[in-house]
Design a protein around this ligand. Structure first.
Ligand code: KG4
Ligand code: ZN
Length: 393
Protein backbone atom coordinates (compact mmCIF):
# COMPACT_ATOMS: atom_id res chain seq x y z
CA UNK A 1 0.00 0.00 0.00
CA UNK A 2 1.52 3.28 -1.11
CA UNK A 3 0.78 5.79 1.65
CA UNK A 4 2.56 8.51 -0.22
CA UNK A 5 0.48 8.59 -3.40
CA UNK A 6 -0.10 12.17 -4.52
CA UNK A 7 -3.59 12.74 -5.89
CA UNK A 8 -4.69 15.89 -7.67
CA UNK A 9 -8.41 16.45 -7.11
CA UNK A 10 -10.54 18.57 -9.44
CA UNK A 11 -14.06 19.78 -8.58
CA UNK A 12 -16.43 21.70 -10.85
CA UNK A 13 -19.90 20.31 -10.13
CA UNK A 14 -21.62 23.59 -9.27
CA UNK A 15 -20.35 27.14 -8.75
CA UNK A 16 -16.88 26.52 -7.35
CA UNK A 17 -13.84 25.66 -9.45
CA UNK A 18 -11.44 23.84 -7.17
CA UNK A 19 -8.18 21.89 -7.27
CA UNK A 20 -6.25 20.31 -4.43
CA UNK A 21 -3.39 17.92 -3.80
CA UNK A 22 -3.66 15.34 -1.03
CA UNK A 23 -0.92 12.86 -0.13
CA UNK A 24 -1.89 9.39 0.99
CA UNK A 25 -5.53 10.36 1.53
CA UNK A 26 -4.65 12.23 4.70
CA UNK A 27 -2.14 15.01 4.16
CA UNK A 28 -3.59 18.13 2.61
CA UNK A 29 -0.77 19.72 0.63
CA UNK A 30 -2.62 22.47 -1.21
CA UNK A 31 -6.18 23.51 -1.88
CA UNK A 32 -7.45 26.27 -4.14
CA UNK A 33 -11.11 27.27 -4.55
CA UNK A 34 -12.26 29.89 -7.07
CA UNK A 35 -15.73 30.99 -6.05
CA UNK A 36 -18.25 32.23 -8.61
CA UNK A 37 -20.41 34.09 -6.10
CA UNK A 38 -19.80 37.44 -7.78
CA UNK A 39 -20.89 36.01 -11.16
CA UNK A 40 -24.18 34.53 -9.95
CA UNK A 41 -25.07 37.08 -7.26
CA UNK A 42 -26.97 39.45 -9.55
CA UNK A 43 -29.27 36.55 -10.54
CA UNK A 44 -29.92 35.35 -6.98
CA UNK A 45 -28.84 31.80 -7.86
CA UNK A 46 -26.50 29.72 -9.99
CA UNK A 47 -26.94 30.23 -13.75
CA UNK A 48 -25.73 26.91 -15.22
CA UNK A 49 -24.44 28.33 -18.51
CA UNK A 50 -22.43 31.02 -16.72
CA UNK A 51 -21.07 28.42 -14.30
CA UNK A 52 -19.70 26.30 -17.18
CA UNK A 53 -18.04 29.33 -18.75
CA UNK A 54 -16.46 30.36 -15.46
CA UNK A 55 -15.12 26.83 -14.95
CA UNK A 56 -13.55 26.93 -18.40
CA UNK A 57 -11.85 30.18 -17.52
CA UNK A 58 -10.74 29.08 -14.06
CA UNK A 59 -9.72 25.43 -14.39
CA UNK A 60 -6.19 25.89 -15.74
CA UNK A 61 -5.16 28.72 -13.36
CA UNK A 62 -6.70 26.94 -10.36
CA UNK A 63 -4.89 23.65 -11.08
CA UNK A 64 -1.62 25.48 -11.74
CA UNK A 65 -2.04 27.39 -8.51
CA UNK A 66 -2.63 24.17 -6.52
CA UNK A 67 0.58 22.71 -7.99
CA UNK A 68 2.56 25.90 -7.37
CA UNK A 69 1.40 26.08 -3.74
CA UNK A 70 2.42 22.46 -3.28
CA UNK A 71 5.78 23.06 -5.00
CA UNK A 72 5.06 20.09 -7.26
CA UNK A 73 5.18 19.46 -10.98
CA UNK A 74 2.58 17.56 -13.02
CA UNK A 75 5.07 14.70 -13.38
CA UNK A 76 5.18 14.14 -9.62
CA UNK A 77 1.46 13.41 -9.36
CA UNK A 78 0.35 9.79 -9.04
CA UNK A 79 -3.28 10.19 -10.13
CA UNK A 80 -5.88 12.69 -11.27
CA UNK A 81 -9.25 12.57 -9.51
CA UNK A 82 -12.32 14.39 -10.72
CA UNK A 83 -15.95 14.83 -9.67
CA UNK A 84 -18.06 13.18 -12.38
CA UNK A 85 -21.46 13.74 -10.72
CA UNK A 86 -23.95 14.61 -9.44
CA UNK A 87 -24.19 18.28 -10.34
CA UNK A 88 -24.80 20.63 -13.25
CA UNK A 89 -24.15 18.71 -16.48
CA UNK A 90 -22.20 21.45 -18.26
CA UNK A 91 -20.20 22.37 -15.17
CA UNK A 92 -19.26 18.74 -14.51
CA UNK A 93 -18.31 18.26 -18.14
CA UNK A 94 -15.67 21.00 -18.03
CA UNK A 95 -13.89 19.35 -15.09
CA UNK A 96 -14.23 15.82 -16.44
CA UNK A 97 -12.94 16.79 -19.92
CA UNK A 98 -10.02 18.67 -18.41
CA UNK A 99 -9.11 15.82 -16.05
CA UNK A 100 -9.33 13.23 -18.84
CA UNK A 101 -7.04 15.27 -21.08
CA UNK A 102 -4.59 15.77 -18.22
CA UNK A 103 -4.56 12.08 -17.26
CA UNK A 104 -4.09 11.04 -20.88
CA UNK A 105 -1.29 13.53 -21.55
CA UNK A 106 0.53 12.65 -18.31
CA UNK A 107 -0.16 8.93 -18.64
CA UNK A 108 -1.51 8.87 -15.08
CA UNK A 109 -4.54 6.98 -13.76
CA UNK A 110 -7.86 8.83 -13.74
CA UNK A 111 -10.20 8.38 -10.75
CA UNK A 112 -13.88 9.36 -10.96
CA UNK A 113 -15.37 10.53 -7.66
CA UNK A 114 -19.00 11.05 -6.68
CA UNK A 115 -19.44 14.56 -5.26
CA UNK A 116 -21.44 13.26 -2.29
CA UNK A 117 -18.74 10.75 -1.49
CA UNK A 118 -16.36 13.70 -1.57
CA UNK A 119 -18.39 15.53 1.09
CA UNK A 120 -18.27 12.43 3.30
CA UNK A 121 -14.50 12.17 2.87
CA UNK A 122 -14.05 15.83 3.83
CA UNK A 123 -14.82 14.69 7.39
CA UNK A 124 -12.68 11.56 7.11
CA UNK A 125 -9.70 13.52 5.77
CA UNK A 126 -9.77 15.89 8.71
CA UNK A 127 -10.28 13.02 11.16
CA UNK A 128 -7.11 11.41 9.80
CA UNK A 129 -5.25 14.73 9.99
CA UNK A 130 -6.15 14.97 13.66
CA UNK A 131 -4.99 11.36 14.08
CA UNK A 132 -8.33 10.92 15.79
CA UNK A 133 -9.41 7.54 17.11
CA UNK A 134 -10.88 5.16 14.53
CA UNK A 135 -14.54 5.64 13.76
CA UNK A 136 -17.00 3.11 15.06
CA UNK A 137 -18.84 1.48 12.14
CA UNK A 138 -21.36 1.59 10.65
CA UNK A 139 -21.37 5.31 10.12
CA UNK A 140 -24.35 7.45 9.16
CA UNK A 141 -23.58 10.48 6.99
CA UNK A 142 -25.95 13.39 6.48
CA UNK A 143 -24.90 15.21 3.32
CA UNK A 144 -26.74 18.50 3.43
CA UNK A 145 -25.96 21.04 0.72
CA UNK A 146 -27.47 23.21 -1.98
CA UNK A 147 -28.39 20.20 -4.09
CA UNK A 148 -28.76 17.38 -1.58
CA UNK A 149 -30.18 16.34 1.74
CA UNK A 150 -29.17 12.70 1.80
CA UNK A 151 -28.59 10.11 4.51
CA UNK A 152 -26.10 7.35 3.80
CA UNK A 153 -25.02 4.38 5.85
CA UNK A 154 -21.32 4.08 5.07
CA UNK A 155 -18.70 1.49 5.78
CA UNK A 156 -15.22 0.57 4.65
CA UNK A 157 -14.63 -2.97 3.48
CA UNK A 158 -11.56 -4.58 1.97
CA UNK A 159 -12.34 -3.26 -1.50
CA UNK A 160 -13.15 0.32 -0.51
CA UNK A 161 -16.10 2.33 0.77
CA UNK A 162 -19.71 1.27 0.37
CA UNK A 163 -22.81 3.40 0.84
CA UNK A 164 -26.51 2.80 1.22
CA UNK A 165 -28.94 5.66 0.85
CA UNK A 166 -31.61 5.47 3.55
CA UNK A 167 -33.21 8.87 3.02
CA UNK A 168 -33.24 11.97 0.91
CA UNK A 169 -35.29 15.05 0.28
CA UNK A 170 -38.44 14.51 -1.72
CA UNK A 171 -38.30 18.05 -3.13
CA UNK A 172 -35.96 20.94 -2.24
CA UNK A 173 -32.61 20.39 -0.57
CA UNK A 174 -32.11 22.16 2.77
CA UNK A 175 -29.50 24.51 1.26
CA UNK A 176 -31.86 25.26 -1.60
CA UNK A 177 -34.54 26.26 0.94
CA UNK A 178 -32.03 28.61 2.62
CA UNK A 179 -31.10 30.11 -0.76
CA UNK A 180 -34.70 30.51 -1.98
CA UNK A 181 -35.88 31.99 1.30
CA UNK A 182 -33.02 34.51 1.33
CA UNK A 183 -33.81 35.40 -2.29
CA UNK A 184 -37.51 35.85 -1.50
CA UNK A 185 -36.63 38.17 1.40
CA UNK A 186 -34.22 40.20 -0.75
CA UNK A 187 -31.21 39.18 1.34
CA UNK A 188 -28.80 38.10 -1.42
CA UNK A 189 -26.96 34.98 -2.55
CA UNK A 190 -25.95 32.44 -1.38
CA UNK A 191 -28.66 32.55 1.25
CA UNK A 192 -27.34 30.00 3.75
CA UNK A 193 -24.42 32.01 5.14
CA UNK A 194 -26.52 35.20 5.22
CA UNK A 195 -29.41 33.56 7.10
CA UNK A 196 -26.85 32.00 9.44
CA UNK A 197 -25.35 35.43 10.14
CA UNK A 198 -28.55 37.33 10.76
CA UNK A 199 -30.59 34.68 12.59
CA UNK A 200 -28.85 35.62 15.82
CA UNK A 201 -30.70 38.96 15.72
CA UNK A 202 -34.18 37.41 15.59
CA UNK A 203 -36.43 35.32 17.80
CA UNK A 204 -36.34 31.69 16.61
CA UNK A 205 -39.68 31.01 18.29
CA UNK A 206 -41.57 33.96 16.80
CA UNK A 207 -43.05 32.14 13.78
CA UNK A 208 -44.25 28.54 14.01
CA UNK A 209 -43.50 26.28 11.06
CA UNK A 210 -44.68 22.71 10.82
CA UNK A 211 -43.31 19.87 8.73
CA UNK A 212 -45.49 17.27 7.11
CA UNK A 213 -45.36 13.71 8.34
CA UNK A 214 -43.79 11.83 5.45
CA UNK A 215 -45.10 8.41 4.61
CA UNK A 216 -42.31 5.98 3.88
CA UNK A 217 -42.97 3.18 1.52
CA UNK A 218 -40.97 0.00 1.91
CA UNK A 219 -38.45 -0.51 -0.84
CA UNK A 220 -37.90 -3.81 -2.53
CA UNK A 221 -34.25 -3.94 -3.37
CA UNK A 222 -32.12 -7.06 -3.38
CA UNK A 223 -29.98 -7.53 -0.28
CA UNK A 224 -26.36 -6.67 -0.79
CA UNK A 225 -23.41 -8.38 0.80
CA UNK A 226 -21.67 -6.91 3.82
CA UNK A 227 -22.79 -5.37 7.06
CA UNK A 228 -25.03 -2.77 5.53
CA UNK A 229 -28.37 -4.50 5.45
CA UNK A 230 -31.35 -3.66 3.35
CA UNK A 231 -33.21 -1.00 5.26
CA UNK A 232 -36.93 -1.08 4.81
CA UNK A 233 -37.43 2.14 6.68
CA UNK A 234 -36.79 5.46 4.98
CA UNK A 235 -35.87 8.77 6.55
CA UNK A 236 -36.87 11.29 3.93
CA UNK A 237 -36.98 15.08 4.19
CA UNK A 238 -39.05 17.80 2.52
CA UNK A 239 -38.19 21.49 2.42
CA UNK A 240 -40.39 23.01 -0.26
CA UNK A 241 -43.33 23.40 2.16
CA UNK A 242 -41.45 25.72 4.49
CA UNK A 243 -40.40 27.89 1.56
CA UNK A 244 -44.08 28.26 0.60
CA UNK A 245 -44.98 28.98 4.24
CA UNK A 246 -42.45 31.84 4.26
CA UNK A 247 -44.01 33.18 1.05
CA UNK A 248 -47.51 33.04 2.61
CA UNK A 249 -46.20 34.87 5.69
CA UNK A 250 -44.68 37.57 3.49
CA UNK A 251 -47.96 37.95 1.57
CA UNK A 252 -50.10 38.03 4.69
CA UNK A 253 -47.93 40.65 6.34
CA UNK A 254 -47.53 42.71 3.14
CA UNK A 255 -43.74 42.67 3.26
CA UNK A 256 -43.01 42.94 -0.48
CA UNK A 257 -42.41 46.71 -0.53
CA UNK A 258 -39.79 46.52 2.22
CA UNK A 259 -38.20 43.48 0.53
CA UNK A 260 -37.70 45.36 -2.74
CA UNK A 261 -36.18 48.32 -0.91
CA UNK A 262 -33.79 45.98 0.92
CA UNK A 263 -32.85 44.17 -2.29
CA UNK A 264 -32.02 47.48 -3.99
CA UNK A 265 -30.08 48.77 -0.97
CA UNK A 266 -28.00 45.58 -0.65
CA UNK A 267 -27.10 45.69 -4.35
CA UNK A 268 -25.29 48.96 -3.62
CA UNK A 269 -23.13 47.37 -0.90
CA UNK A 270 -20.32 45.09 -2.07
CA UNK A 271 -19.78 43.20 1.21
CA UNK A 272 -22.69 43.86 3.59
CA UNK A 273 -21.84 43.63 7.29
CA UNK A 274 -24.05 42.29 10.07
CA UNK A 275 -24.87 45.91 10.89
CA UNK A 276 -25.99 46.54 7.28
CA UNK A 277 -28.34 43.54 7.42
CA UNK A 278 -29.68 44.62 10.81
CA UNK A 279 -30.31 48.14 9.57
CA UNK A 280 -32.10 46.89 6.46
CA UNK A 281 -34.28 44.26 8.17
CA UNK A 282 -37.16 45.12 10.46
CA UNK A 283 -37.94 43.05 13.57
CA UNK A 284 -40.57 40.97 11.77
CA UNK A 285 -38.07 39.98 9.05
CA UNK A 286 -35.35 39.11 11.56
CA UNK A 287 -37.80 36.97 13.53
CA UNK A 288 -39.00 35.27 10.35
CA UNK A 289 -35.43 34.45 9.29
CA UNK A 290 -34.48 33.14 12.74
CA UNK A 291 -37.64 31.03 12.94
CA UNK A 292 -37.06 29.61 9.45
CA UNK A 293 -33.51 28.57 10.35
CA UNK A 294 -34.57 27.07 13.68
CA UNK A 295 -37.32 25.06 11.98
CA UNK A 296 -35.04 23.62 9.28
CA UNK A 297 -32.27 22.87 11.78
CA UNK A 298 -34.75 21.22 14.16
CA UNK A 299 -36.18 19.04 11.42
CA UNK A 300 -32.74 18.00 10.10
CA UNK A 301 -31.61 17.10 13.61
CA UNK A 302 -34.75 15.21 14.55
CA UNK A 303 -34.95 13.09 11.42
CA UNK A 304 -31.22 12.35 11.34
CA UNK A 305 -31.06 11.29 14.99
CA UNK A 306 -34.16 9.12 14.48
CA UNK A 307 -32.32 7.41 11.63
CA UNK A 308 -29.24 6.90 13.84
CA UNK A 309 -31.33 5.27 16.52
CA UNK A 310 -33.28 3.10 14.13
CA UNK A 311 -30.10 1.85 12.45
CA UNK A 312 -28.20 1.42 15.72
CA UNK A 313 -25.54 3.86 14.53
CA UNK A 314 -23.30 5.65 17.01
CA UNK A 315 -21.12 7.61 14.59
CA UNK A 316 -22.69 10.48 12.69
CA UNK A 317 -21.00 12.63 10.06
CA UNK A 318 -22.74 15.89 9.12
CA UNK A 319 -21.26 17.41 5.99
CA UNK A 320 -21.96 19.59 2.91
CA UNK A 321 -22.42 23.37 2.68
CA UNK A 322 -25.25 23.56 5.22
CA UNK A 323 -23.01 21.78 7.76
CA UNK A 324 -21.24 25.17 8.03
CA UNK A 325 -24.39 26.50 9.73
CA UNK A 326 -23.73 27.50 13.35
CA UNK A 327 -27.20 26.62 14.61
CA UNK A 328 -27.07 23.21 12.91
CA UNK A 329 -23.74 22.42 14.56
CA UNK A 330 -25.00 23.56 17.94
CA UNK A 331 -28.18 21.52 17.58
CA UNK A 332 -26.37 18.27 16.72
CA UNK A 333 -23.76 18.83 19.38
CA UNK A 334 -26.42 19.47 21.99
CA UNK A 335 -28.16 16.20 21.20
CA UNK A 336 -25.08 13.99 21.02
CA UNK A 337 -22.24 12.77 23.15
CA UNK A 338 -19.89 15.57 22.13
CA UNK A 339 -21.91 18.01 24.19
CA UNK A 340 -22.59 16.02 27.31
CA UNK A 341 -19.37 14.01 27.36
CA UNK A 342 -21.44 11.02 28.41
CA UNK A 343 -24.04 8.70 27.05
CA UNK A 344 -27.10 10.62 25.91
CA UNK A 345 -30.66 9.39 25.49
CA UNK A 346 -29.54 8.83 21.90
CA UNK A 347 -27.30 5.99 22.98
CA UNK A 348 -24.07 7.98 22.92
CA UNK A 349 -24.01 9.10 19.30
CA UNK A 350 -20.83 10.89 18.31
CA UNK A 351 -21.08 13.63 15.71
CA UNK A 352 -18.27 14.81 13.44
CA UNK A 353 -18.30 17.84 11.14
CA UNK A 354 -15.76 19.07 8.63
CA UNK A 355 -14.18 22.44 9.39
CA UNK A 356 -16.32 25.23 7.93
CA UNK A 357 -13.97 25.66 4.97
CA UNK A 358 -14.20 21.96 4.16
CA UNK A 359 -18.00 21.90 4.53
CA UNK A 360 -18.62 23.76 1.29
CA UNK A 361 -17.38 22.59 -2.10
CA UNK A 362 -13.65 22.03 -2.43
CA UNK A 363 -11.32 19.62 -4.21
CA UNK A 364 -9.42 18.30 -1.17
CA UNK A 365 -12.45 16.15 -0.40
CA UNK A 366 -12.37 14.79 -3.95
CA UNK A 367 -8.66 13.91 -3.74
CA UNK A 368 -9.26 12.30 -0.32
CA UNK A 369 -12.22 10.23 -1.55
CA UNK A 370 -10.09 9.08 -4.50
CA UNK A 371 -7.39 7.58 -2.30
CA UNK A 372 -9.20 4.33 -1.36
CA UNK A 373 -9.94 3.93 -5.08
CA UNK A 374 -6.24 4.40 -5.83
CA UNK A 375 -5.44 1.62 -3.36
CA UNK A 376 -8.09 -0.63 -4.94
CA UNK A 377 -6.90 0.35 -8.46
CA UNK A 378 -10.45 1.43 -9.18
CA UNK A 379 -9.53 3.62 -12.14
CA UNK A 380 -11.86 5.24 -14.66
CA UNK A 381 -11.61 4.63 -18.38
CA UNK A 382 -10.99 7.61 -20.60
CA UNK A 383 -14.55 7.37 -21.91
CA UNK A 384 -15.97 8.13 -18.45
CA UNK A 385 -18.54 10.89 -18.68
CA UNK A 386 -20.20 13.48 -16.47
CA UNK A 387 -23.44 12.23 -14.92
CA UNK A 388 -25.71 14.96 -13.59
CA UNK A 389 -27.78 12.44 -11.57
CA UNK A 390 -25.03 10.06 -10.51
CA UNK A 391 -26.12 7.89 -7.56
CA UNK A 392 -23.86 7.02 -4.65
CA UNK A 393 -23.73 3.38 -3.61
O1 KG4 B 1 -21.76 21.83 -0.57
P1 KG4 B 1 -22.01 23.13 -1.23
O2 KG4 B 1 -20.89 24.13 -1.26
O3 KG4 B 1 -22.47 22.94 -2.72
C1 KG4 B 1 -23.37 21.93 -3.09
O4 KG4 B 1 -22.92 20.77 -3.22
O5 KG4 B 1 -24.56 22.29 -3.21
O6 KG4 B 1 -23.30 23.76 -0.51
C2 KG4 B 1 -23.79 25.01 -0.87
C3 KG4 B 1 -25.04 25.26 -0.05
C4 KG4 B 1 -25.79 26.53 -0.45
O7 KG4 B 1 -27.16 26.24 -0.50
C5 KG4 B 1 -25.47 27.47 0.71
O8 KG4 B 1 -26.49 28.43 0.93
C6 KG4 B 1 -25.37 26.50 1.86
O9 KG4 B 1 -24.70 25.39 1.33
N1 KG4 B 1 -24.61 27.05 2.98
C7 KG4 B 1 -25.14 27.29 4.19
C8 KG4 B 1 -24.12 27.87 4.97
N2 KG4 B 1 -22.99 27.96 4.20
C9 KG4 B 1 -23.31 27.45 2.98
N3 KG4 B 1 -26.37 27.07 4.66
C10 KG4 B 1 -26.63 27.42 5.94
N4 KG4 B 1 -25.71 28.01 6.74
C11 KG4 B 1 -24.45 28.24 6.30
N5 KG4 B 1 -23.55 28.81 7.11
ZN1 ZN C 1 -21.28 20.08 -2.56
Amino acid sequence: MDKRALVLGIESSCDETAAAIVRGGEELISSVVASQIATHSPYGGVVPELASREHLRNLVPVVRSALAKAGLSYAELDAIAVTNGPGLAGALLTGVSFAKALAWALEKPLIAVNHLEGHIHAVLLEQRQKAAEALEFPVLALVVSGGHTHLFLAEERGDGWHYENIGHTRDDAAGEAFDKTAKLLGLGYPGGPIIDRISKFGDPKAVKFTFAQLKHEARHEPKRAGRIEQNQKRFDFSYSGIKTAVLRYVETHEMFGAIEERRAALLQISAPTDEDFKRLCDRRTLDLVASFQAAVVGDLTKRTLAACEDCGVRTLLVTGGVAANSALRRSFEMHTEKHTGQKTPNGGIRVHFPSRLMSTDNAAMIAAAAYPKWIAKDFAELDVSAEANLQLR
